[in-house]
Design a protein around this ligand. Sequence first.
Ligand SMILES: NC(=O)c1ccc[n+]([C@@H]2O[C@H](COP(=O)([O-])OP(=O)(O)OC[C@H]3O[C@@H](n4cnc5c(N)ncnc54)[C@H](O)[C@@H]3O)[C@@H](O)[C@H]2O)c1
Ligand SMILES: [Zn+2]
Length: 348
Amino acid sequence: MPSVKTPNYKVEIDKDLAELNKYLHTQKASRIFVLVDENTKEHCLPAFHEHIDLGYELLEVTSGEENKTLASCVMLWDKLLELKCDRNSIMINLGGGVIGDMGGFVASTYMRGIRFIQMPTTLLSQVDASVGGKLGVDHKGYKNILGLFNDPALVWIHTPFLQTLPERELMSGFAEVIKHGLIQSKSLWETIKSKSTELNEEEWTKVIHNSVKIKNKIVTEDPKEGGLRKILNFGHTIGHALESYYLDTDKKLLHGEAIAKGMIVEAYLSFKTKRISIIEMEEINSLLESTYKLPTIQENEMDELLTIMAMDKKNKGGKKLFSLINGIGACDYEVEIENVLIREAMGF
Ligand SMILES: NC(=O)c1ccc[n+]([C@@H]2O[C@H](COP(=O)([O-])OP(=O)(O)OC[C@H]3O[C@@H](n4cnc5c(N)ncnc54)[C@H](O)[C@@H]3O)[C@@H](O)[C@H]2O)c1
Ligand SMILES: [Zn+2]
């Protein structure tokens, strides 16, 4: 079974869950807490429960980004206190990115930090959110505005969890896999391009493994996003703006869908700045257009989108900065693009 080593912890992929049981025994935790939402309680907890013979306390929050808040954290901290969670306890975050980000944040701040294990159950959290140590919650409409960097004790990826994931969620996570190929691995891109999502079980595990390796390599080289880590933002300058803009409309997009559209627009920028050929741009477009149902950006939406982009955390000194692919499998970051060209790309 593949595993990926990071400087401080291991990412295990599809290891027998009996091995997780063994690992937990070696940890000699005073208590184990398992954080779930109603969906992972129904679909993922049974497999966990079947293999783990140690006792544990269940912590539950309601699913959804709107619950990734300090109020949920307060509820969880209260619960940990009430259940007499001590420093030697372990928290296991069994769920998607919401559970992982929030559970990791709660664990890292309770008693200045207890050990936690990320057990991601969505494709997005398996290939992206669970690796790299970013933890936190949303506040006052700002995404991930409160948080910290901290490493888990272990990341345990169990790909059979994906079998119950709604198709739209699966495809949303797949956009990050496509991104990983485009920014860092031509061979991953070639696999995806030829097969799209028609992968067999073995190929899925391989694609997830490669994707985790890519994310891990980048965050290991630049853990705090001083430079290189910014390449993970390919597709995200436009993507985040679209995600926020359509949030309360009937065009609401999942994160990966917004990023898929963002990658189309930003591939155009990569082409216009002579970083990729027209053939490469067309290949990217055709895969993304055929995989996702994506909106067309209307002329009258562009001003507002540019205003949202101007507030992007990644900008410096009022300039709009992009991560743009430079050939397939390589990516530049902090490329300044003028509004005129951004408009042209959005309308393309
Ligand atoms: N820390 C990071 O580096 C990082 C990176 C990317 C995204 N994120 C964060 O991740 C979050 C998004 O994560 P997500 O896409 O996993 O969303 P999510 O956690 O909201 O999960 C999506 C939905 O799927 C359900 N679900 C989860 N696993 C399931 C399963 N196996 N079967 C059936 N249903 C299941 C959940 O209950 C939820 O309703 C965002 O908050 C984002 O900010 C963090
Ligand atoms: Zn993303």
